[in-house]
Ligand binder design. Structure first.
Ligand code: KG4
Ligand code: ZN
Length: 336
């Protein structure tokens, strides 16, 4: 079995995965969302401190599996430096005390392997990764061969939901809150510009849309010093609905270009923001149109978790991809 640790942002999670059949033997996650909510975003130092409390608590629960462990896996890139360190330090301590090797896992590869928890992996596959830090189209041929085909020039898809939620005073994380508010709103209330609509390139950008939403919020306040909490709920819902429609339309417009060019056989969406119902629905239609198989990871494994890190680690274990304890380091800004 492999014990995996995830602490790249605001979720403390540990999983135990069986190597032979990928069975997820144990999995627990303690989320810090409520702790960061008052600040409208993740506060790295607070996140690190909360990991130091949560990770040992979870570890205590899976002590019974220690005799069966063949390796310890940990997310070491990309993520927040102070929180990545918490997981890496725990992995080093376990490696030394249990005399087992370490597998350093890339968080983005982990998200891709969230598709294959308790399953064989199917590759090649084209993946849309939408999370708080990333918006990418990735062509994954194998564990070692993953190419980023398109990426965002500025904010990510999930981040734009977080920023809109913050401007509207709705809390953190913004994705689920904005999506819920959007359900009760009229998506045609505001005519927001679809980013990079006339650009022939397959790339993404969300900062312009965020600014367009800011201008709408300011005009709705009709006051020089707007207080987010004073907007009436109907207006807030309408803004959320118009924003969500445009944010998803941008992804879909660029994906259509990609589908026309490459006609993928299998397409998947992963990452925290892949929980977005509107996005899932529109991807289903696109894949149907192109006769392409759509893979979605279960909702519980869309956001950050150690089960996906463990599943990826099994692949690394099988090819002997271990990292020396003395050279293992974090790489907060790495891509692949
Ligand atoms: O993958 P994840 O848990 O963490 C990162 O690796 O970043 O993704 C979290 C991101 C946040 O930005 C959150 O607002 C967004 O995913 N998110 C959503 C939804 N649920 C979570 N964005 C849009 N719609 C959702 N339903
Ligand atoms: Zn993530």
């Amino acid at each position: 079995m492999i014990l995996s640790i995830e602490s790249s942002c605001d979720d403390s999670s540990i999983a135990i995965t069986r190597v032979d059949d990928y069975k997820l033997v144990y999995h627990k996650k303690i989320s810090q969302e409520l702790d960061h909510s008052v600040y409208g975003g993740v506060v790295p130092e607070l996140a690190a401190r909360l990991h130091t409390e949560a990770l040992p608590k979870i570890l205590e629960e899976c002590k019974e599996y220690f005799p069966y462990l063949k390796a310890v896996a940990v997310t070491n890139e990309p993520g927040l430096s102070v929180t990545l360190l918490e997981g890496v330090m725990m992995a080093k301590a376990l490696s030394l005390s249990l005399n087992i090797p370490i597998i350093a896992v890339n968080h983005l590869k982990g998200h891709i392997y969230s598709l294959f928890i308790e399953k064989e992996a199917t590759m090649p596959i084209t993946v849309l990764l939408v999370s708080g830090g990333h918006t990418q189209i990735i062509e994954a041929t194998s564990l070692k061969d993953m190419k980023v085909i398109a990426t965002t020039q500025d904010d990510s898809f999930g981040e734009s939901f977080d920023k809109v939620a913050k401007m509207l005073g709705l809390g953190y994380p913004g994705g689920p809150i904005v999506a819920k508010m959007a359900m009760g709103g009229d998506e045609n209330s505001y005519d927001l510009p679809i980013p990079l609509r006339n650009s022939p390139n397959i790339e993404f950008s969300y900062s312009g849309l965020k600014n367009a939403v800011r201008l709408v919020i300011e005009s709705e306040h009709q006051a020089p010093n707007p207080e987010p909490l004073t907007l009436n709920p109907k207006v807030t819902s309408n803004i959320c609905a118009s924003f969500e429609k445009t944010a998803v339309a941008h992804l879909m417009q660029k994906l259509k270009k990609y589908f026309k060019l490459t006609r993928p056989n299998i397409f998947a969406v992963v990452g925290g923001a892949s929980a977005n119902i509107r996005l899932r629905g529109e991807l289903e239609s696109l894949c149907k149109e192109y006769n392409c198989k759509l893979l979605l990871s279960p909702l519980e494994f869309c956001s950050d978790n150690a089960a996906m890190i463990g599943r990826c680690a099994v692949e690394q274990y099988k090819i002997g991809e271990f990292t020396d304890i003395n050279t293992l380091d974090i790489s907060p800004r790495s891509k692949f």
